[in-house]
Design a protein. Sequence first.
Length: 171
Amino acid sequence: MYNLAKTNFSGHSNLILEHGNGFATNHGFSVFVSNLPYSKSRKAIEWLLQKKFLRAVILVQKEFAEKLISKEDHKAISVLANYGFEIKFLMNIKNSNFFPSPKVDSILLLLKPKKTLSKVLISTVNRIFSYRRKTVQNILKQFGINSTSKRRLDDLTGDEIISIAKKIIRR
């Protein structure tokens, strides 16, 4: 695929094509376009949340895209993605459009950054979700912070979860 893209886009002086592990590069970019390996989608989103760029167009597994877009069924990745990005559904892509055909359908998404997140904020939100069934009071107790809130993560908005993570980081 890289060789085909290189041939088709060789006349564009404002385009740099990278072949290899894009997550290992340290130079900046304006636009990120990728057909992400489905097993690396979460890692890619967390990586993009830490970068400054204009937009990303990514193809991900349908179920993963639904998690990202979800505002109600909180997952750590959906809270992080909705806090850091404006996420726009572009199109469904059936598995029959690929060869060999995967077992799952895909969705093409547009991500526009709203905020750049720190690695520590991302890891703190992920850690909070490891205590998912506990009350906010008991979650904060794990970090040495007092609280009287009996609410659970499922009762909170994404912004409230981010606020709790920031409170933990500041302690």
